[in-house]
Design a protein around this ligand. Sequence first.
Ligand SMILES: *[C@@H]1O[C@H](CO)[C@@H](O)[C@H](O)[C@H]1NC(C)=O
Ligand SMILES: *[C@@H]1O[C@H](CO)[C@@H](O)[C@H](O)[C@H]1NC(C)=O
Ligand SMILES: *[C@@H]1O[C@H](CO)[C@@H](O)[C@H](O)[C@H]1NC(C)=O
Ligand SMILES: *[C@@H]1O[C@H](CO)[C@@H](O)[C@H](O)[C@H]1NC(C)=O
Ligand SMILES: *[C@@H]1O[C@H](CO)[C@@H](O)[C@H](O)[C@H]1NC(C)=O
Ligand SMILES: *[C@@H]1O[C@H](CO)[C@@H](O)[C@H](O)[C@H]1NC(C)=O
Ligand SMILES: *[C@@H]1O[C@H](CO)[C@@H](O)[C@H](O)[C@H]1NC(C)=O
Length: 581
Amino acid sequence: MLSPTVIYGSALLVFTWQFLEGLQEEKHTRVKRGAAPSNCYHSCPGGDGNCYFDNNINDFRCKCPCWSKYCGYLEENCNNRGTCVAMSGNTDFTCNNCIAGWKGKRCHLIDCDSGLYCTNEGVCVDDINGGTDYRCICKEGWTGKDCQFIDCSSPIRCMNEGQCHLQNGGKEFNCTCADGYLGDNCQIDMCSPYKIADIVFIIDVSDSQDRKVFDEQKNFVKYFIAQFPLGPDHFQFSLVLYASEPHAVFNLSNTYDNNTIIDAVDNVTIPDDIHGATFTDKALAFVKDHSFVTTNGGRADVDRYIIILTDGMSSKSIETVNQAKELRLSYPNIRIKSIGSGKYVFHKELLDICASLLNVFPQHGNDSVRSVQKSTMYGCKRCTKSYSDVAVAFDISSFNYGQLDAVLKTAEALITNLHTDNNQTRVSLSTYESVAEEVFEFDKYRTSYDMITAMNKHVQKRETCKKDGQCSRTNISSLLQDISSEFHLNSEKSRRKAVIIFSQFTFDKDSSEHVFREIQNLKDDGVFVVVVGEGPKANIDNMLKLSTTPFFTFIIGEDLNTPIEAILALLSTLEYDICFA
Ligand SMILES: *[C@@H]1O[C@H](CO)[C@@H](O)[C@H](O)[C@H]1NC(C)=O
Ligand SMILES: *[C@@H]1O[C@H](CO)[C@@H](O)[C@H](O)[C@H]1NC(C)=O
Ligand SMILES: *[C@@H]1O[C@H](CO)[C@@H](O)[C@H](O)[C@H]1NC(C)=O
Ligand SMILES: *[C@@H]1O[C@H](CO)[C@@H](O)[C@H](O)[C@H]1NC(C)=O
Ligand SMILES: *[C@@H]1O[C@H](CO)[C@@H](O)[C@H](O)[C@H]1NC(C)=O
Ligand SMILES: *[C@@H]1O[C@H](CO)[C@@H](O)[C@H](O)[C@H]1NC(C)=O
Ligand SMILES: *[C@@H]1O[C@H](CO)[C@@H](O)[C@H](O)[C@H]1NC(C)=O
C-alpha cells in the first residue's frame, strides 16, 4: 500500500512533467496567413513581430524577456553576465548585477569606471562598437590593449640612445646605456652633475682589523660623507658594520643633518656579538636584501653606490664573490667601490668584489671620494683625469731567475694598462744589481710598448753575478737616491709621483738603515711608495714598513694565490680624478 503522501507527490510530479513537456512541444510555427510576413501558433509577448525563425533549431521562437513560457535561452538576454528580471508584465526585462566591468540593459556595455581595463594609469574609452568594446589611451612608455606592456620605443625608456631589453614577457625592461649615461632609464648624463644617490658603506670590523684601523675607517667615512649634500632630495647614506654578522648602524631612511651624521659615525662602536670571522658574503647579502629597500629609505630611481672597506681576506672568498655578483645583478646600475683597508690588503678579492679595475682604491687619500663625486655631483666637466710620474725600480740582485720573471710580467701588466701617450702617465726605469743604473728617464718613451721592450732588454741578471757574491748584496739605497734625483730633475711639480720597487726587501741590518732613510726622503717629497715582492721569501714586515700604506704592498706569486694582475689595483691611484668645486 502506498501512503497518501506518496500518491499525492507522484500525482504532482506527473502534472509538472506534463506541463514542461507541453511547453517543449509547443511550436511557434509560423504559418502563412495570406501575405502577412509572419505569424505564430502562439502569440509572442510583445506581439507577433517578436516571432522569428531560429536557424539553430530550425523552428520559430519568440524574442523573449527573461522568462516566458515560450522562451528558451533565457540567460542569453543578459549575455551571461547578469541576472535577468522581467518587467512590464513580462513583456520586457532588465539585467541586474552585471558582473564587474559591464553595464547596460543587457550587461553588454563596457564599464570603464570599473577600473578593470587599462593598467599602468592608462585611460579607458568606451567608444568602440557602440560601447561594447573599449580602447586604452596609454601613458608614455606603455603599450598593449590594456597598456600592460613596456613600450621600448618610447623616448622615456632607455633615454639617450640606450638599448631597451624587454623582460618578463614584455612587462619589465632594462637598459644598456650608451657611454656616458647612467640610471635605470639612462636618464643621467654623467657629464651633467646631479645631486642624488643612495650610498651604503660596508665596513669590515673582523678581528684582523684592530682599533687603529677602525678609527681610520671612521675618519674615511666622515670625510666622505662631508663632501656631499644630504637629504631625501640629495644624498642618503647608510652604514653597515660586519664581522661574523652584519649590523646596520644607520639606514638610508635615518636622515641626519650634516653634523648629526658625523656624530653618528663618531659614536659607532663594534657590537660585541659580531666579532670574529670575516663573513663578507653575509654583509653583501644583507645589503642586497635590506639596505636599498623602500622601507629602509631606498629610492627607486636614484643611483646606488656601495663603498666596502675591507682587507680582502674574507672567510669564504668564493661565497663573497658570488654574493657581490648577485648584488650587482639585483639592482641596475649599482656601483661597488672596493676600498683596501687594514694592516695587510689582499687585492684579488677587492678586484673580484667590484669587478672593475677602476673601482678598487686604497683607503689612503681621496681618490675614491673624487670618483663618486665625478660620476654624481660634479660631472665630467668639473673633474679631470690626472696622471702620475711613475719610477719603476728593480732590485735584480734580490731575485732568482723565476722570481725576476714573475715581477717583470707584473710590471709589464701594469705598464700595458697605463695611458702613456700625450704626456699622460710617464714612466722611468732603474735597476740595481751590483751598481744602480737608470735605464730610461721620464721623457724617453711615449708608448707602453717601447717601455716594455726597453725593460725586458735591460732588466736581466748578468752572467758575472751568477758567481759574483757582490751582486747578491742588496743595498738599494743608491738606487733610491737615483730615483729621488730623477724626480727632482725631470718630474713636474704638479704631477703625482710614485715609485714602484720590485725587490724581496731582505736587507742586512746596515743597509736596511740606509734604505729606510732614503725611503723616508722620498715620502717627505710626497712620493707614493709602492713595494712588490715575489713569493713567500719576500720580507713582508719590511715591505709594510716601507710602503706608504698597506694597500701599496704586493706579494705576487702563485703560492699566495695573488695573480700578476692584482697589481692593476694601482691604476686608480696612478690615474686619478681631480675636481674643481
Ligand atoms: C637585461 O635584460 C636582458 C634580456 O632579458 C637580459 O639578458 C640581461 O641579463 C638583463 N640585464 C640585467 C642587468 O638585468
Ligand atoms: C651640509 O653640507 C652641504 C655640502 O657640503 C652644504 O651644502 C650644506 O650647506 C650643509 N648644511 C649644513 C646645515 O651645514
Ligand atoms: C636598519 O635596517 C635593518 C634591516 O632592515 C633593521 O634591522 C634596523 O633596525 C634598521 N636600523 C635603524 C637604525 O633603523
Ligand atoms: C653621540 O653620542 C653622544 C654622547 O653619548 C650623544 O649625546 C649623541 O646624541 C650621539 N649622537 C648620535 C647621532 O647618535
Ligand atoms: C683629502 O682632500 C681634502 C680636501 O681636498 C684634504 O684636505 C685632505 O688632506 C685629503 N686627504 C688626503 C689623505 O689626501
Ligand atoms: C709633453 O711635455 C713636455 C715637457 O713636459 C713638452 O715638451 C711636450 O711638448 C709635451 N708634449 C705634448 C704632446 O703635450
Ligand atoms: C749602501 O749604499 C749607501 C750609499 O748608496 C752607502 O752609503 C752605504 O754605506 C751602503 N751600505 C752598505 C751596508 O753597504
